[in-house]
Every structure is written in C-alpha cells, then in structure tokens.
Design a protein. Sequence first.
Length: 430
Amino acid sequence: MKRILIKEGTILSMKEGEQAFTGDLLIEGDKIAMVAPMIDQPADQVISAKGMAVMPGLVNAHNHGAMSLLRGFSDDLKLMDWLDKKMLPAEARMTEEDVYWGTKLAIAEMIRSGTTTFADMYVCMDAVANAVVESGMRASLTRGLVFLQDDGGRRMREGIDLVEKWSGAGDGRITTMFGPHAPYTCPPEPLREVIALARQRRIPLHIHLAETKEETVKIRENYGETPTEYLYHLGMFEHTHVLLAHAVHLTRKDIGYLRGMRGGVAHNPVSNLKLGCGIAPVMEFKRQGITVGMGTDGAGSATTLDMFAEIKAATWMQKLDYGDPTQLSAEEALRMATIESAKLLGIDHEVGTLEAGKKADLILIDLNQPHLQPIHNLFSLVAYSVNGSDVDTVIVNGQILMRQHQLTTLSWEEIQREATSRAARLVEGL
Ligand SMILES: N[C@@H](CCSC[C@H]1O[C@@H](n2cnc3c(=O)[nH]cnc32)[C@H](O)[C@@H]1O)C(=O)O
Ligand SMILES: [Zn+2]
C-alpha cells in the first residue's frame, strides 16, 4: 500500500470546532491514516506543504460537466430562452464523444481549482463515467430526465442502466442518483414513477427546483401550487434522499415542507446571480436544519467551475440580502463547499473533512503569494482571498491528480484540441 506523507502544512480539517494548526498528514492507500502536529513515519513519497494550506477537496454538488463545451456561447439571456433556444438545440447535436471530451474539459478545470468530487446531471452517462474513471475524480452521476417528448421510456431506461452499471465503479469513486430534471419538465405521472423507483432501489434523487420566478408562475398555471408543493404532494420528500438544485423561490410554507427531509439544497450562487434568478433563502434553510451545500451548475450558465468563486458569492449574497455582514461567515461557506455538499451526495462518511479513516481527498493551496499574506485567520483567507488557480496539489482516493499545478492523469493538449473543434461544430449556425 502506497504511503504519502504531507509535512508541515497549515491544516484546515473542517472538522466541527477545529481551528487551523501546523501539522502533518499521512495517507495509506486510498485513506487518510493520521492527521497530527507531527508524524514521524516512513513513507514512499514525502510532500512538503510548508507555506501551504491543506484542506479537504471541494465538493461541487451540482453540475452539467459537458456543458463546458458551451461556455460563453450564449450569455445574457433569460433562463428559459437560454435553455430552449440555445442549449437544447446545441445539446441535441451532442454525440457520446462530445460528452466525453466536454466532461474531461470540466474535470480538468475542476481539478485545477481544487474540486475533488462533483455531482453531474447529464446525458450519455457512459461517456461521463468513463471520463470520471480515467481522470481519477470522485463523482455522483445522474442521467437527467426530461419528460416532454414521447420517448420518456428510453430516458428512464438509460437512467436505470447508469445506476446498475456504474454504482461503485472506479474503486468506489462513482455513486449514482436518479435525475428527474425539474418540475417544469416532468409531469406528475413519470415523476411519480421515478420517485417510486428511487425508493425501491434506495437510490437518491437529483432535481432542479424553483430556479426562476417564471418557473413558479408556470407550475401554478399548470397545477395550482408552488414547485415545492408540487414535489411534496407527489411524495418526493418521504423516505427518499433528495438533492435539490437552486431552491431560490420558496415561500415560508415551502421551506416548512423541506424540514426533516433527507438530502437538502445545492446552492448555486454564481449561476443565480448571473441569470438574475434571485437570492436563495440559505440562512432560513440553515435555521430550519435543512442541509445546504454548494455547486456551480454547468459552465454553460455559470461560465466557471471555480468553487472558490461560489464560496465568495454565497457569502456576499446573504450579506447583501440581509444588509448585514455577519450573515453566512467564511467558515460556514467553506463548510457548505465541503462537508455539507458531501452530505447532499450521501458520502459524508467518506469525504468532506480531513480525519483518519476517511478517503484521502485533499488539496494543497499555495499561500506564498501577495494576495494571501499575511495570515490572520485561515477560514477568512481561504473563503475570501483564495482563487481556484492558487491550488497547487490535488489528491483523490490517495492518487495525486495534480502536483505543482500540473495535471497528472489528463492531457491538457489533447483536451484542448478536442474541445475546441467539437465546441465549434455544436454551435454552428445557432
Ligand atoms: N436534455 C436532456 C436532459 C439533460 S439533463 C441536463 C439538462 O439540464 C439543463 N440545464 C443546464 N443548466 C440548467 C439550469 O440552470 N436550469 C435548468 N436546466 C439546466 C441542460 O441544458 C441539460 O439539458 C434530455 O432531454 O434528455
Ligand atoms: Zn443545473
């Protein structure tokens, strides 16, 4: 079993109540064996973390990886126009190979910016899973299900295939969910069916909820209730772990329906800001004991997959909303991007904090730079001053995926070549 010893780092374990301290971390195989002020043990590889922060890898709780091919192609549009007129037509041209390279582009960006796990909802999930296995990332995969056309059965079959074929693959790095896309793309019948399936097979659900005002209007016209009530009355929150992406437009009553739910909300602040969706009631969710994690959404809307940008935006939005800078602290936002997101993916027993027995998913951040000195409070520094590009080293499941900013499992030249030509073909004439 390979042993990697990380020496003299500033360790931010993200364990409840633990402050940063100078120390060492020992990895044995795919696990963290020990975290302590000083570890004097033999190792196959010693990494000096002097001048670096060592923290859990970030967990991106909502993404559509392959949409990185559509980054910047149609910005500054309303969500429904963006989706109907631009994204869906471009996505209709996507082949398995496009999804494979688009996902690799996303993974390269995520590793470069310190993300070690992501939740992905997309199509051609064999291609996505292959990209995940080859890159060494950890992921929760979902076949997104839009039930507006008459081939819903085929989509559902693909969703089941993903779950059957890929759960536990990549040495356990891959988990799966069922993914009804959103209340406005899933009528009651197929939605009921997916909920029953998830319950039978004990597989979590991943769905978009109440992202825009328009969605709430549309669902009220169709069903006479809010999007949250619509899901609640179909039984989605009973006995099922559910990952709700966005959850921006909820009434107080809606929030009450989520109390005690398994799973929780993936907040996507940059995407919400950029699309002008609104400010999700993050502080209210937290007060009600609802788990809130963090994601980027696809690069087609958010335009970047840098979780450090989300961490900043999340805090700014709550502070602005309340006119009160004490809302959503640096530490709380970092917790959302690590352990709380891990809870949403149902893998908090494996990742999200640095402690013995958990999987070795961690990042080293180079603090020896003008914008990261001096160091008064590491929570503040990492939440408010670090950018994704400051990440120096990334380890997932005990495997080094990036060292001194160099990707070790992916060829950037190849990804760039493939992504450029494929992206051009997808948007031609649109
Ligand atoms: N179009 C597929 C379903 C794909 S699921 C993932 C879908 O989410 C869509 N998507 C990406 N970002 C957002 C968002 O912010 N809100 C709602 N949908 C989104 C994206 O265009 C993609 O098609 C089908 O018909 O079977
Ligand atoms: Zn999304």
